[in-house]
Write a protein that binds this ligand. Sequence first.
Ligand SMILES: *Cc1c(COP(=O)(O)O)cnc(C)c1O
Length: 403
Amino acid sequence: MSAAPTFLPYGRQSIDETDIEAVAQALRQDYLTTGPAVGAFEAAFAQAVGAKFAVASNSGTAALHLACMALDLGPGDTVVVPAITFLATANAARFCGAEVIFADVDPESGRLTAETFQAAIDRHPNASIRAVLPVHLNGHCADMVAIRALAERRRIAVVEDACHALGGRHGAGNGTSSDVGACTLSDMACFSLHPVKMMTTGEGGVTTTNDEALYHRMLLLRSHGMVRNPAAFEMREQAFAADRSPNPWYYEMADLGYNYRITDFACALGQSQLRRLRHFVERRRRLAARYDAGLQSLAPRIRPVKGQAADAPALHLYAVLIDFKALGTERAKVMAGLKSQGIGTMVHYLPVNRQPYYIRRGGSVSLPGADSYYERVLSVPLYPDMCDDDVDRVIDALRGLLS
Ligand SMILES: *Cc1c(COP(=O)(O)O)cnc(C)c1O
């Protein structure tokens, strides 16, 4: 009797003994929260993606919120967010009091394009649009060259939601390319280090930038808006003793900040995982290539979501488009069928503009590209510890359910 096949989730972390040892080592030190591992991880991360600065925080959501706060977004401001993304992309702007305009996406890729960005701007001629948050959905990058060009003409800041795309490269124009997170065509890029993402710190996030002012602002806002540098104190009289030395207990709150700090042992895990990032990216690419080849026989009923030719993506998800209606079935049935064979799948994502909170704020908007993508999309298992046979098993199961 053969054992039941192991369950394949749509994504999961890869933890090895060096990761465990790195965390154990950190736990034996003096610092559990902000200690030397945080700065070391930030420096290694910035170097890995080719940015000047990296700010680590305790979630991808915090990373996005810090970016929006660093831009001083507030009531009266508006940001453009593609409809197909995780809730947090839009919520980060709302935390600041800014309004969200949902842009449509390309129905075949699910991504924001310069055209759908322009259409969103045209729908709201009187809005004060301060920022756009392109999402590198599944790991395939948005067209940064075209989006940056349009944003620049309109003096709109660009914050990449790169939570799916750590370790990838995107076209940067004139035959060049750029690491995701290097911010060559954006002001900031935000990453999530949740276990299903490219690498993990448990919960965690990072924002990268090349702008020193944005960097210092994010450091301030990550920890209560507290200033400890005497040179920056505003209230001289309460800050300093009679002999002009700073009072030893004193700190100042310069702005309303949060506690978005990440722990030292999480950063120790992050640094250990970062050493394996190239391996993770490569392994995901190979698995995706195997899916691409194996799914060809099921085209056009099942089509993988594709990236742009100039990119070398790091794939967080392997997403396929299936015309469930034309096949006379329903997505929920297919998901249940796959689950009964030990295969986990997920839908990324329900258009955020269709969430009750956003309908109540902005009314319903018709975004046919987002609806069409959402109707057909399904994420199948993809993670570094999967083996080639697992990919074949998923393809066979899809063939069985959809022929
Ligand atoms: C995961 C994710 C986030 C949020 O990250 P957390 O670490 O879970 O807070 C934001 N945007 C996208 C596109 C994501 O996939």
